[in-house]
Ligand binder design. Structure first.
Ligand SMILES: Cc1ncc(COP(=O)(O)O)c(C=O)c1O
Length: 403
């Protein structure tokens, strides 16, 4: 989005709308028509089930008629909520009921509902540094005090979470929620370890706060075993889980959800203004995924694993011998790179721009500044040959950008 140039209504804006109005929130420098699109987490367009969606739409319209085109259940189309329960059971052995699910306009909007329900300006919340830039912008719009904790190979640093909670308690304050991306953390890549998942649950209870568990990619696991969702470990009803169909069906369907204790759902509903979110598209997605979810996800796992491997091969062929650090995520869409020492990030941006390679600079992911030594690459969009080729070009640019 470009920064609006007119000042005609600036003085009338709400304080929430003013956050990021100066353009400060958008931090990557877009390459005009990139040859290698490694910037955003865009799903692979070649993997979209075009014919299947046409067929599902026709089948759904025949079966549902006018129901499909009128206002829907405020909590979201029940068929989709049942499907989400089935998906959770299938991939993660998580047992919930449709009464736990609240449909939203993608998981970005689902997270915004949770922030709206619990976070007032100035409230302390804890999140990872680095964390997903989109969520960071989403969080900033709600104006909280963001307390950042580091991420290591086991995910969010739980000792740092405890220290932050304890510090707040000494000040007579309470953290409103702890936001964490549990699987293939975006951007750094690790899974939150199982012991840490348990510790997080205990901390939420001990310090009377919530966990907002963001899982946008969990089914797209290439290696290793699925870890139990924090939601499944929490017997105290202190976890809200956000999910999405963006990565396994298509981001254009704009369908996500929150999974939460039923008593909490009216707090989200108040921000949704009636009619339910996207009843028509919820039905189309449900009719398609009811028939095809498992084989389609299996296909996607192979698609994205090949891209990750191609990208890693391209990077390591050129950068071996330097002190670069390159993540090897067990799933998801992203590779996180700590640039070799002496790399000039501004020079790298120039060189990448000239080579038309789009990536996201690390600074987009840190709430309180920093990240200059990091970049994030999305392997999701380009085909494997372009992942390989573009990464070799980028890796050479990294070598050339050393001071
Ligand atoms: C960690 C994470 N959460 C949430 C989202 C939001 O996805 P959507 O709004 O398309 O469901 C994304 C998208 O890239 C993501 O990476």
């Amino acid at each position: 989005m470009t920064t609006p140039s007119t000042a005609r209504f600036d003085h009338l804006l709400s304080s929430r709308a003013r956050i990021g109005w100066d353009g400060s929130v958008t931090t990557s420098r877009p390459v005009a028509s990139p040859l290698y699109e490694f910037g955003g987490g865009f799903p692979d367009p070649a993997s979209f089930p075009y014919d299947g969606m046409v067929e599902a739409t026709a089948r759904m319209m025949k079966a549902e008629g006018a129901e499909a085109l009128t206002y829907g259940d405020p909590q979201g189309y029940r068929g989709m909520r049942e499907l989400v329960c089935h998906k959770y059971q299938l991939f993660e052995n998580l047992h919930v009921t449709p009464e736990n699910i609240f449909v939203a306009n993608g998981s970005g909007a689902a997270l915004a509902l949770a922030f709206s329900a619990f976070v007032d300006p100035g409230d302390p919340i804890i999140c990872e540094a680095p964390t997903f830039s989109g969520s960071l912008n989403n969080i900033r719009r709600h104006g909280p005090e963001i307390i950042a904790v580091p991420v290591d190979a086991d995910g969010m640093d739980i000792t740092a979470v405890r220290e932050a909670l304890e510090r707040l308690r000494r000040q007579g304050r309470r953290c409103k929620l702890i936001y964490t991306i549990v699987n293939f953390q975006n951007p750094a890549g690790p899974d939150l370890s199982i012991p840490r998942r348990h510790e997080l649950v205990s901390l939420a209870e001990e310090y009377d706060t919530f966990i907002l568990e963001d899982d946008a990619y969990g089914e797209l696991r290439f290696d290793g075993d699925t870890k139990p969702p924090v939601y499944a470990l929490d017997r105290n009803g202190r976890t809200i889980r956000a999910g999405t169909f963006s990565k396994i069906l298509g981001a254009g369907v704009r369908l996500g959800w929150l999974c939460a204790p039923p008593a909490m759902l009216p707090a989200f509903q108040g921000f949704n203004f009636g009619g339910g979110v996207n009843p028509f598209m919820s039905r189309v997605a449900t009719y398609f995924l009811r028939e095809h979810m498992e084989p389609h996800v299996k296909l996607l796992i192979n698609v994205y694993r090949a891209k990750r491997d191609a990208m890693l091969r391209g990077l390591w062929e050129v950068l071996t011998g330097t002190d670069v650090e390159i993540s090897r995520p067990a799933g998801g869409f992203f590779i996180w790179i700590k640039l070799p020492s002496g790399t000039d990030p501004a020079r790298l941006e120039e060189l990448a721009l000239a080579a038309r390679v789009q990536y996201t600079p690390g600074r987009a992911f840190f709430p309180g500044g920093g990240g200059e030594r990091h970049i994030r690459l999305a392997f999701s969009y380009e085909q494997p040959d372009k992942c390989y080729e573009g990464c070799r070009i980028l890796a050479r640019a990294i070598l050339d950008a050393r001071r």
